[in-house]
Design a protein around this ligand. Structure first.
Ligand code: ADP
Length: 397
């Protein structure tokens, strides 16, 4: 069975075509700058052939048409007939309280997604657009939605209700939803396999540290708490997002700087985090290079980043009544030796003993704690696309 996985953003669209018999990627690509000048498609097929097509791509529909053409192309395509694609799986950022699991998409599902779109105004509308275009171009192929929020729907009320007037939850759905759920769920499952212990008996803190970053407390296979909230702004320090701050800072700065709510929102989401504190970049590698040269703000930005993750590990250990494993994933978690080292430093009291040699590695599944470490630390590369493809296959089979 061949399944196309689509992650449709506002101006970019990522895709992977899976052969589910072997769970291998037949082709993948990325369309950038949809609706903007200089749009292009980057494509790579299973034999490692890479091409770039520079072409005006004013709409998502033309983008998806182009990606299907590329998959069918005689020169570098991997399909002979579009009907070889048996289903399409879509990444959807916000499923609200409606979706605790992946779902086959019908008109009612789209209506429900449109109802929660104001919770993720930047993400859900382009996700929905991707679905509608695929329905139009492949009308007889089932479409499946896989939600970033779904895995966290198992959180208890005490973890997801904010201490605001309860009516805002009732009226507007203001609560913690959490994100990166597909990734947290996947790496927790892989951790149980690597440790050869049932997931139902494990307490795991999963640290998804990318440009967007979040931590989850996964107890007995279920998310019981997570650091992102109503939106992906809460929690850890991120590339450009501030994470946790005193909410009183917001009206204070708005008044002092005489700025609007929209401008403030932009500062919190786009100008803060590693970028805001370092004044250099949102990319942790650039910030690391500056810190190595003694740049104080860059050092502070990284210290803040690591310290925040460490605090969440402590908090979630308390929330779960113990901890068996700490998992690092995503761009920084998988690749930054120093970040992992700094986060785990000082957690010996908790039972974590880092194996420096094992930690000296990037991007592969490996246990980075010593054999006698009571709590296991590990690197597990995430694979959200594979989870989307698996869920899609399961739901359409
Ligand atoms: P996104 O949230 O956009 O998917 P990623 O998971 O790709 O983000 O993570 C991006 C982050 O990963 C960047 O801060 C980048 O610096 C970091 N990163 C990527 N590769 C490396 C590496 N080899 N060493 C250190 N950090 C890395």
């Amino acid at each position: 069975m061949k399944i196309l996985v689509i992650n449709s953003g506002s101006s970019s669209l990522k895709y992977q075509l899976f052969n589910m018999e072997t769970e291998s990627v037949l082709a993948k690509g990325l369309i950038q700058r949809i609706g903007i000048e200089d749009s292009f498609l980057e494509y790579e097929n299973g034999s490692g052939e890479e091409i770039v097509i520079e072409k005006d791509i004013p709409t998502h529909k033309l983008g998806i048409e182009l990606l299907l053409e590329t998959l069918l192309s005689e020169d570098h395509g991997v399909l002979e007939d579009i009907n070889e694609i048996e289903a399409v799986g879509h990444r959807i950022v916000h499923g609200g309280e409606e979706f605790a699991e992946s779902a086959v998409i019908d008109n009612q599902t789209i209506k429900k997604l449109e109802d929660v779109a104001d919770l993720a105004p930047l993400h859900n509308p382009p996700n929905i657009m991707g679905i509608k275009v695929c329905q139009e171009l492949m009308p007889d192929k089932p479409q499946v939605g896989v939600f970033d929020t779904a895995f966290h729907q198992s959180m208890p009320e005490k973890a997801y209700i904010y201490a605001l007037p309860y009516e805002y939850y009732k009226k507007h759905g203001v609560r913690r939803y959490g994100f990166h759920g597909t990734s947290h769920g996947y790496v927790a499952q892989r951790a149980s396999k690597m440790l050869d212990q049932p997931l139902e008996e494990l307490k795991i803190v999963t640290c998804h540290l990318g440009n967007g970053a979040s931590v989850a407390a996964v107890k007995n296979g279920k998310s019981v708490d997570t650091s992102m909230g109503l939106t992906p702004l809460e929690g850890l320090v991120m590339g450009t997002r501030c994470g946790d701050i005193d909410p009183a800072i917001i009206p204070f700065i708005m008044e002092k700087e005489n700025i609007s709510a929209a401008e403030m929102d932009n500062i919190l989401n786009k100008e803060s985090g590693l970028l805001g504190v370092s004044g250099i970049s949102s990319d942790s590698r650039d910030v690391g290079n500056a810190a190595a040269k003694g740049n104080h703000q860059a050092e502070t930005a990284l210290d803040l980043f690591n310290y925040r993750v460490k605090k969440y590990i402590g908090a979630y250990t308390a929330a779960m009544g113990g901890i068996d494993a700490i998992v690092f994933t995503a761009g920084i978690g998988e690749n930054s030796i120093e970040t992992r080292e700094k986060i785990l430093e000082g957690l010996e009291y908790l039972g974590v003993k880092v194996d420096e040699n094992a930690n000296n590695c990037r991007g592969k599944e490996v246990i980075i704690s010593t054999d006698d470490s009571k709590v296991k630390a590990m690197i597990i590369p995430t694979n959200e696309e594979l989870v989307i493809a698996r869920d899609t296959m399961e739901l359409v089979s």
